[in-house]
Every structure is written in C-alpha cells, then in structure tokens.
Design a protein around this ligand. Sequence first.
Ligand code: SF4
Ligand code: SF4
Length: 434
Amino acid sequence: MIRRSFFGYLAAKLPYETVKGGLPDPVDTALPGEVTLQIQVGTDQKSLVDKKKTALKKGVEVQRGALYGLFDEETKNVSAPVSGTITSVETRTGNYGRHFALINIATSEEGETSPAFSDALEADTKGTESLAFLSQLPGRPPFTRLANDGIHTVILSALEQDLLTNVNQYALLARKTDFKRGADYIKELAPKARVVLALPKYLEAEAQDTGCETVGIKNLYPNGNPILLAGRLAGKPIEAGKTLEESGFLLFSAEAVAATGKALRTRSLPQEKLVTLTLKNKETRLVNARIGTPITQIFEAAGETLVKRDHLIVGGPLTGVSVYTPNFPVDPDTDAILCHGPENMPRLTDTYCINCGKCVRVCPANIPVNLLIRMLENGLYEEAVEKYDLDACVECGLCSFICVAKMPLFQQIMLARHTLAESKKSAEMGGSND
Ligand code: SF4
Ligand code: SF4
C-alpha cells in the first residue's frame, strides 16, 4: 500500500551553485597518457570480461570518435575518446554491487578523428547510426529512446543534478548557439512531444533567443531532480516505481544539448566533459577534461595535488559516491568531483536512529524515512516497498544529509533498490531469488 501524501512533492531547500555574473572559462586539462572507459555490465557479461571473451581486448587499436562493440562488432556501445592502443580490459565491482568493465587505452598522438560519425550523418542525419553516436556525448543524451511512442515530454534541463556543480547553467550560457542547434534537432526528432527547457529563474531572460518553451524554476536543491521536474511539468507526482521513460518523459542535460549542437556543426563528436571540482579549501573550479581522464590529473590542472587519505567523491555532496583511487576516470556523466582533506571528512556512523523526524520533514516525496530505514537495516526490502514507499524515493539524498545520527540512509536506500532490481531481473530470466 502506498502511504505517500497526495499533495505532491515538498518544497526545495538548498541553494545550487550559480553562474550569475559569468564564470571564467573552464580550465583545460592536458591530453592524458592513458584513459579508462567504464562500461556497466551485468553479471554474465562480467564473467565474459574476466574470461577475456571480449571483442575489445589488449592490443586492439582504436581511433578517436569511432564506435566499438565491447563484446561483438554489431552492438556498438563504446566511443573512443582518444586514439591509441588498449592496454587491458578488466572488471571492477563498485557501489551497491554494480559491475563495470574497465577499458584502459594508452593514448597516441592526436591524429585524425575517425570519419565514421561524419559518414553516418551524411547517410542519414536522423538515422539509427547517427543517434547511436550522439548517445555517447558528454551528458549521455538518451537519443536512442526518442523514438519511443510513449514519450510525450522531452525536458532540456539547465538545472543541476546535485549541489556544488554548475555545468548545465554554464553550458546554456556560454554555448548558447550550439544549445539552440541541438534543441532544434531534438524537436525535429520528436515532433509530437512537448520539448521544454527547464532552467533556473535567473537565466530565463538569457534563454529567450533559444526558441524553446521555458519553465523557470527556483535554483534550489532538489528542484533539478529529473523525477521532481517531470512531476512539476505533469502537475502531479510521477507514479511511484515508474521510471522517467515509463512515465512518458526523457531528460537531456543542457550540456548534452550543447554538445549535440557542436557535433552537428563540426561533424565530429565532442569528447570533453565539463566538471566542477571542489578543492580542499572549498573553492570550486570548472574544468574541461577528456572523457576517461584520471581524477588526479584533473585536480593537478586546477592546482590541487592529491595526497594519501584525501577523500574523493564523484557526483556531488548529496548523491555522489566515494571512490577509492585517484586514477578513477571522468565518465560522460560526471558533473562534479569533491576532494576533502583528511581533516574535513564527512562523517557517517553506525549508531541508531533517535527518531528526531528531520529526515521525514525534509523528504520531498513525503516518505516516512525513519520507519523505512528500520526495514532496510533488516534487509526487509519487499516490506519496505509495500509499507513505507521505498519505490517513491526520488534519490535526492536529503535524508542522509540532514540525519542528526549521521546514518547512511541514502546508501541503504540505493542498496535496497539495486538489490530488488537485480532480483527482478534474475526472476525474469528464470533464476532464483534466494
Ligand atoms: S533520498 Fe531520502 S529524502 Fe530523498 S526522496 Fe529518497 S527517502 Fe526522501
Ligand atoms: S534524521 Fe536520522 S535520527 Fe532523525 S529520524 Fe531520521 S533517521 Fe532517525
């Protein structure tokens, strides 16, 4: 039974970064000597990688801008951000038990970019092949799902997904001509859908010449959350347990839209990702880094040297994940990286809930988090869905942020959701859930 309030989502609380008054151009990082591409894989695929049964393997040469299939030539799901030679393909198991294939590429001199994307555009600008290339752009735009007939609204979002980042606001402001070209292309691809630009209110005047319908939103966290944005546009909360796409929405980040415009203009795929770094002294810097660049090199470009016991978080302070190595790479959707010195480590504990109720009051989805967490701590995930609306969580991380006992509430929620999704997948494939 869903007990969530019918009165919609609660008001947002925390201010995002802004680009008011303009920002200096991002710091460019040098071309790295080696890049690492992380591709999420299922358990079966992990086993294939471990047994070295992949099409991409040590010794294979790749060309910048070409698309490759990790397991076979047909299913192309890897875009090479550099030209070079693969030095190894290995696996890593990350947070919540998710598996990744890591493809390490030793970079050669910047030579010719692959003509494959340009050829695909030449053959059919809106064809399947062109869209497969564009799906690999920074921000991971969901081009291959635009053809889904159920999509009624496409959100172009210049809001941020977490605090301490301003990449989408910057992309809209500083790359407006490319943004407009990208937005026009998306409108042509989805002629029946409503295409709307969601942006912080203070940028509304700046967006007038983009030709987009705009919705100005207070620049407060978690207003940029995709599920909350969709709920706002639909005029009612998204049904608990449904994905954005199942509810008829797709979201393109402003950075991805601008990258699309640039790709169409230059007929080559942009491979640089905008990332906001938070340095140990809490200052922020915007950097432009080749996808796959190790974090340590990006901080060096911003004048920060990482040392042992620094704590690195990829993805923002509320929803990001801690990473264990400074060689962790920048992914196409890495918007923020934070570094805390050992003296400023965020604290999490394994103490008990004191029932203060703060997490319940802050939760935008009105979930009784204090009760939910008791189920999750005992591994009662099905009950957590049935009785305490685990499915309604929009994954904002505010409950963990506010918890006076510093309990890892968000991490428990993410673990439960991942475990349930894996069980469902296993059941669909005829496996056992035990
Ligand atoms: S992460 Fe926490 S605060 Fe955010 S929606 Fe989920 S339960 Fe609520
Ligand atoms: S904020 Fe933390 S301590 Fe307070 S009720 Fe929620 S889980 Fe319990």
